[in-house]
Write a protein that binds this ligand. Structure first.
Ligand SMILES: NC(=O)C1=CN([C@@H]2O[C@H](COP(=O)(O)OP(=O)(O)OC[C@H]3O[C@@H](n4cnc5c(N)ncnc54)[C@H](O)[C@@H]3O)[C@@H](O)[C@H]2O)C=CC1
Ligand SMILES: O=C(O)C1=N[C@H](C(=O)O)C[C@H](O)C1
Length: 269
């Protein structure tokens, strides 16, 4: 069995990942931890989530549990994630990172750290979204420069980062399909007398409200027609299943930075 350590075990994702790990035939829920001072410390994450006993108690900090597992699954907060990655790299323990809001500098640092440990990092671990990433790139490359590309994402009112990591990755994939650099053409807000839209720009807009789990639409708007491709998450379970799948895949792999395309075999599509 592969022993799994779950970071942020009391969080919305940490809870569902715990359940999926407990159900996975190759995975064992070996340890859980939370931030210092969390009221969940000492509690059983399964009992907290209402799915039975996980057989572990939530501890404080990764250092307390790092020797108990083969892989750390992290869906927490970007500032914390980079600290966990340093600890996992030092212990050569595999990691699955689903936390979003990582900066370009964070991702560069992760790449450097990954010479010492195998790590899967992806802003969305649902199968359907990873297919959508590929569709965005292909559709953009087929339609070319005559179609305006716009992305709209909707999430719950507790989400801390914007735009979502998924929307940013969608924009990056579409930009790659039309040979543009997202850093140069991404537009994240429009307000006032902004003038006509340029053909090059790729718009990314954010909606926050209620308990929306996550929705992403990419629009290709051309002369006389438009294509809209939407992914809607009905619950957090697809993300959590993807995280469990990634953990089973990455344990024992060679050091390196991997994505869900590697886990799902979509790299060459
Ligand atoms: N890649 C994917 O498929 C998905 C990624 N996410 C991302 O996962 C992250 C978490 O999302 P939610 O679960 O909704 O948030 P949440 O706020 O419900 O859970 C985060 C948990 O991390 C804990 N935490 C924060 N700092 C910590 C630290 N230093 N040490 C240990 N635990 C710490 C918090 O106490 C909390 O329990 C976000 O960045 C979100 O965008 C969410 C869904 C899917
Ligand atoms: O915070 C969330 O909830 C989600 N975050 C991810 C993101 O930022 O893309 C993935 C998913 O849409 C849910």
């Amino acid at each position: 069995m592969i022993n799994v350590i779950i970071a942020g075990a009391a969080g919305r994702m940490g809870q569902r990942i715990g359940y999926m790990v407990s159900q996975h035939p190759e995975l064992n829920y070996a340890a859980a931890f939370e931030a210092a001072g969390s009221p969940s410390i000492g509690r059983d994450p399964g009992e907290m989530g209402g799915w039975g006993s996980a057989g572990v108690r939530i501890e404080e900090g990764l250092e307390a549990v790092i020797d108990k597992g083969d892989v750390v699954i992290d869906f927490t907060f970007h500032a914390a994630t980079m600290g966990f990655a340093k600890i996992a790299a030092a212990h050569k323990t595999a990691m699955v990172i689903g936390t979003t809001g990582l900066s370009a500098e964070n991702l560069d640092e992760l790449k450097t750290l990954s010479v010492d440990f195998p790590c899967v990092q992806a802003p969305n671990m649902a199968v359907g979204v990873n297919v959508l990433f590929k569709l965005a790139e292909k559709t953009a490359s087929i339609l070319g420069d005559d179609y305006n590309i716009e992305i709209v994402e909707l999430h719950h009112n507790k989400k801390k980062d914007a735009p979502s990591g998924t929307a940013l990755k969608l924009a990056e994939m579409a930009a790659s399909g039309v040979n543009r650099n997202l850093a140069e053409v991404g537009v994240y807000e429009r307000n006032g007398i902004i003038g006509e839209r340029t053909m090059e720009e790729i718009g990314v807009q954010t909606v926050r409200g209620g308990d929306i789990v996550g929705e992403h639409t990419i629009y290709f708007c051309g002369p006389g027609e438009r294509i809209e491709i939407t992914h809607r998450a009905h619950s957090r379970d697809n993300f959590a299943q993807g995280a469990a799948k990634a953990a089973a895949w990455v344990a024992g792999k060679e050091p390196g930075l991997y994505t869900m395309f590697d886990v799902l075999g979509l790299q060459d599509l």
